[in-house]
Design a protein around this ligand. Structure first.
Ligand SMILES: Cc1ncc(COP(=O)(O)O)c(C=O)c1O
Length: 381
């Protein structure tokens, strides 16, 4: 049975990417690398829709939070963290660890961060220098309305610092048009690459804030990365295979057309949600804010999330994922980002519907058994 890999990251690798990954090493200080890296960054700028700087580091997405903090802010700076899930929570925690004065705007997990709420929060906290936003909350399958949120942040004069780990290259993210100051993502999501490459786009206001920032930094220093990138280089040994892979993936994305890529994700997500709802399952995300890269749903009553995940894997070859933190046993998450097309999603949705109805049926049979044995009157009757 072939595996239908439906995690919300890492995601399946297209053949072009696996081929790139098997390339031999090249001298990382020679002309071939310079040309490869310059080309890769130019393609990445196109996908981010920015004429500003795009930089990479050998790291996973979480490092992007730290890159933002140590490059754009200084100890004691006030920031506002918009939190409606596990990743927003972590972003806020990174700020606190570095001694920022972190104020919070919380929304329920499963709900979205709304522009009006953000405006009110900023009115209450006029001193915040940056707002931490998670575009797509992978933990709940919610997409926050980034364009509108970024506009509110800009009106206020703060920096819009965005985690786009599970949205970049799948959902519209227009860095320049939307006035986003800093956006980061990780290679293992819609970029269709293995984990290990952090991608950051920074605009002019971010560079101005960087000039004022007093945090110590070495590996994550944006100036070092920019100076090297301008010569087609990285300050330390680059993760060559990941950059080969990233270049191949960017080529595929631009060949399909970034808007077509966004539309494909939109279509597949709608299809997934319809199929899941048609199976009588409840979607977790607030209506209107459901993510086009990951769908979260609540398993039927009496069906344990772990049993459902195990059956999907064993009987249908579908690798999905449970929830995180307090949602660990309460929701199932199905990824549809990156290298994904209709047949995989049809199979996944039909597997979910079948597995849920089989497990619910088993549950009923077991329940009936328990009731008849466990009711004293009946046992003695
Ligand atoms: C929205 C979001 N932010 C940050 C991260 C952390 O990325 P990583 O696990 O690559 O460090 C993830 C990972 O799933 C994520 O989905």
């Amino acid at each position: 049975m072939s595996v239908n890999f439906r995690l919300p990251g890492p995601t399946p690798l297209p053949p072009q990417v696996t081929a790139a990954l098997s390339r031999e090493m090249i001298p990382h200080r020679g002309p071939a690398f310079r040309s490869l890296y310059s080309d890769t960054l130019a393609l990445a700028r196109e996908v981010h829709r920015t004429s500003g700087e795009v930089l990479t580091w050998a790291a996973t997405g979480s490092a992007g939070w730290e890159v933002a903090v140590v490059n754009l802010l200084s100890p004691g700076d006030a920031v506002l963290a918009a939190v409606n899930g596990h990743f927003g929570e972590r972003f806020a925690r990174v700020g606190s660890r570095f001694g920022l004065d972190v104020r919070r705007l919380d929304a329920d997990w499963g709900d979205a961060v709304l522009p009006d709420h953000l405006r009110t929060a900023l009115d209450h906290h006029p001193d915040v220098k940056a707002v931490f936003l998670v575009h797509n909350e992978t933990s709940t399958g919610v997409t926050n309305p980034l364009r509108e949120l970024a506009a509110v942040v800009r009106d206020h004069g703060a920096l819009a610092v965005v985690d786009a780990v599970s949205s970049a290259a799948a959902l519209p993210v227009e860095v320049d048009n939307w006035g986003i100051d800093f956006v980061m993502s990780g290679s293992q999501k819609a970029w269709m690459c293995p984990p290990g490459l952090l991608i950051v786009a920074a605009g002019e206001r971010a560079w101005a804030a960087h000039e004022r920032s007093t945090f110590p930094r070495f590996f994550w220093d944006m100036t070092e990365a920019r100076n090297s990138a301008r010569q087609g280089m990285t300050p330390t040994t680059p993760p060559l295979s990941l950059i080969f892979a990233f270049q191949a993936a960017l080529g595929m994305i631009l060949e399909e057309g970034i808007e077509n890529v966004w539309n494909r994700h939109h279509r597949l997500a709608a299809m997934t949600r319809e199929g899941i709802a048609a199976a009588g399952l409840q979607l977790f995300a607030r209506t209107g804010y459901e993510s086009d890269t990951v769908t979260a749903f609540i398993p039927p009553v009496d069906v344990a999330a772990t049993d459902l995940l195990a059956m999907l894997r064993r009987d249908y070859g579908v690798e999905a994922q449970g929830g995180q933190a307090h949602l660990a046993d309460r929701i199932i998450r199905v990824g549809h980002m990156g290298w994904v097309h209709e047949p995989e999603m049809r199979q996944a949705v039909s597997a979910i519907a079948n597995a849920c109805s089989r497990l619910a049926e088993n549950g009923r049979v077991e329940d009936e058994g328990r009731v008849s044995l466990g009711t004293p009157g009946r046992v003695t009757a």
